[in-house]
Design a protein around this ligand. Structure first.
Ligand code: FAD
Length: 589
């Protein structure tokens, strides 16, 4: 009896754990399971740190509480308007990790009259990734391809932070703010993990070490906006340095050697964008350098665009070769290292201002100034380069390793309802960081999958999960019931008309149903490939695979119509027009 009372008290106090940082308070339970609002300043509790425990073990140890005694009415349990807080029903809190394709879609679509929706992400914007390669050379400007998270109407709260741990017993996410690395916790009723993944360097020597965040790095990833900005600055730095008077021939050729690693759509699209930049703009502003530029695309597999129909991959390869891009297939980068120019090329100098400087450090400075970076390949060859863009693989983000959730192939295992097994339907995972355990064919890590999963989950919450009162004490150990039928998001657009058409065109199911909407890859200005051979869209046979101008128009139209805000719907065509008529901007800052 005593033990049961202690368990009850502990469980009810742990349920009352409030978030240690941030605005609106957490809620407690009143009689009949309704919740009363309170302020975090008075009721915040220390949360026992159970992060890192296995999820199954953590779930198993959840205490089974009996109903807590009803609170006595007091002046402090009245709202500012004098309504007893017992009668103010708090909304269940949904915490979303990540503001990418999955997280942003859910945050936008969830019904905020039913849920308190909160987003935790180090990026305070949603990034429209398919257009990222265009910004890296200036075809588009950075701000035109992102949407600030805070512009989502009625969003409960946004925290610019990284989740670094999870306490699934107390239902709390441990976070680290990105500015001062301050630590705080955010409590949840439902958690949606959509933290994506990061670039994989496969432990190849020199890649991670050289990929330091900042403009002066010669090895760069292409995943976030700050990467695209660094790439653009680095390209321009290479051209400016190569056009200096005192540069040696060897150094110039090294600076003008650009390597792109990976044969997937991102690498191919970036290579063709870079080619267009060289062809259209460099030829005009750096005419002496144009003939010395070397563009190399390296792929470890036998072909480019492996997810596309073979004929389209072959077409893409052929077009790249016609553009004098050096495509190295079946070739892997085995390392990146520094080398030195021959000593006689430039002797260490003492500048007029060095009187007070240490001779040794001047020498070091000169030595570093004369280093150059070389890529080594598995065929034994080496290639000095001015910039390498590494887009060759994906790896799980650190949070996944630390969260204690069940993983399969580095991704969070979920059932066909995208719920983490053993979480009683309270933790869900979508997008690149999730893998459906029953599915024979693993879904690709694409925006289309993440977005469709976002649609599915938000429809489940808006139409079904709201009928289960997760805030009631007697529901604390019950599984959230499975959802009813949901309409798959077959058509890639939002709005009442498309939702009606989706209803009409797709079979409804309570489980998540992925619909293949086809694949597209652009080839700079005027070219591209579209593969609808396995698409679930009602595409006429004649349009099942396309290339050239038709594919290019389709690519641009599809991504333009998918823009979220009117601002970007206006800005993007303006930048396309500006680039076509006036060229790309070559200023570096
Ligand atoms: C350059 C590029 C071009 C692409 N082009 C296409 C394309 O044309 N078509 C296509 O279908 N797919 C494309 N993709 C792939 C597509 O972008 C991804 O599959 C998609 O973004 C996955 O969505 P997600 O929500 O799972 O992850 P993401 O969109 O990557 O979002 C993850 C979010 O989680 C946040 N995050 C990371 N760690 C944490 C943490 N610890 N705590 C909280 N938040 C965290 C990140 O900041 C980010 O906001 C492209 C990808 C890139 C990089």
């Amino acid at each position: 009896m005593l033990a049961s009372l202690v368990t009850t008290a502990l469980a009810s106090s742990s349920r009352r754990v409030s978030q240690v940082c941030g605005g609106v308070g957490r809620s407690s339970r009143g009689p009949l399971g309704s919740r009363t609002l309170w302020s975090t300043s008075t009721r915040s509790r220390t949360i026992p740190n159970t992060a890192g425990r296995s999820f199954a073990a953590a779930a198993a140890s959840t205490a089974v509480p009996a109903s807590p005694p009803p609170p006595r009415p007091s002046a402090s349990s009245l709202t500012p308007r004098g309504v007893p807080t017992n009668f103010v029903k708090a909304k269940p809190r949904i915490v979303i990790l990540g503001s990418g394709w999955g997280g942003y879609t859910v945050a936008k679509r969830l019904d905020k009259t039913k849920y308190d929706v909160r987003v935790i992400s180090p990026a305070n914007h949603f990034l429209f990734t398919p257009l990222l390669p265009s910004t890296a050379v200036g075809t588009l400007e950075f701000r035109a391809i992102q949407e600030p998270i805070r512009t989502i109407p009625h969003l409960g709260k946004y925290y610019q932070a990284k989740a670094h741990g999870l306490d699934s017993v107390n239902k709390v996410v441990h976070c680290e703010g990105i500015f001062k690395q301050n630590h705080f916790d955010v409590a949840y009723d439902y958690l949606i993990v959509s933290a994506g993944n990061k670039t994989n360097t496969f432990g190849i020597p020199g890649i991670a070490a050289k990929e330091v965040r900042g403009d002066r790095s010669s090895v760069l990833f292409l995943k976030h906006l700050y990467h695209a900005r660094a790439i653009r600055n680095r390209i321009l730095e290479c051209f400016e340095r190569a056009s200096a008077n005192n540069v040696t021939a060897a150094e110039r050729s090294r600076l003008l050697s650009f390597i792109v690693v990976g044969g997937g759509p991102t690498s191919c699209e970036f290579t063709t964008e870079l080619y267009d930049f060289i062809h259209d703009d460099v030829s005009q502003w750096y005419p002496d350098l144009q003939d010395e530029i070397q563009l190399t695309l390296v792929e470890a597999g036998p072909g480019l665009l492996p997810s596309f129909h073979q004929s389209l991959s072959a077409h893409y390869l052929q077009r790249l070769q016609q553009r004098k891009v050096h495509v190295k297939l079946d070739t892997a980068v085995t390392g990146v290292h520094d080398a030195y120019f021959p000593l006689n090329e430039r002797a260490p100098t003492t500048s007029p201002n060095t009187n007070n400087r240490n001779k040794e450090s001047d020498w070091e400075h000169e030595k570093i100034g004369r280093t150059y970076t070389v890529a080594k390949f598995n065929d034994g060859t080496e290639l000095p380069f001015g910039m390498m863009v590494w887009s060759a693989g994906l790896a799980p983000v650190k949070f996944l390793e630390d969260c204690g959730l069940p993983l399969k192939r580095g991704r969070i295992e979920v059932d066909e309802y995208l719920r983490v097994p053993g979480s009683q339907g309270r933790i869900l995972a979508i997008g690149d960081n999730a893998i459906i355990n029953k599915e024979e064919k693993v879904l690709p890590p694409t925006a289309s999958v993440a977005e469709q999963q976002g649609y599915y989950i938000s429809d489940c919450f808006n139409n079904y999960y709201d009928q289960f009162d997760i805030t009631r004490t007697d529901n604390i150990n019950k599984d959230v019931p499975l959802p009813g039928n949901v309409v798959p998001a077959l058509l890639p657009w939002e709005g009442k008309v498309f939702e009606f058409l989706n209803r009409f065109l797709s079979k409804h199911s309570p489980k998540f149903e992925y619909k293949n909407r086809g694949s597209m890859a652009v080839m700079g200005f005027g070219g591209g490939v579209v593969d609808n051979t396995n698409s679930d869209l009602p595409v006429p046979k004649v349009a099942s695979s396309m290339s050239g101008l038709a594919a290019f128009i389709m690519w641009r139209s599809a991504y333009w119509t998918k823009q979220v805000s009117y601002t970007n719907k206006i800005l993007i065509p303006m930048y396309w027009f500006k680039q076509m008529v006036f060229g790309r901007d070559i200023s570096r800052f």
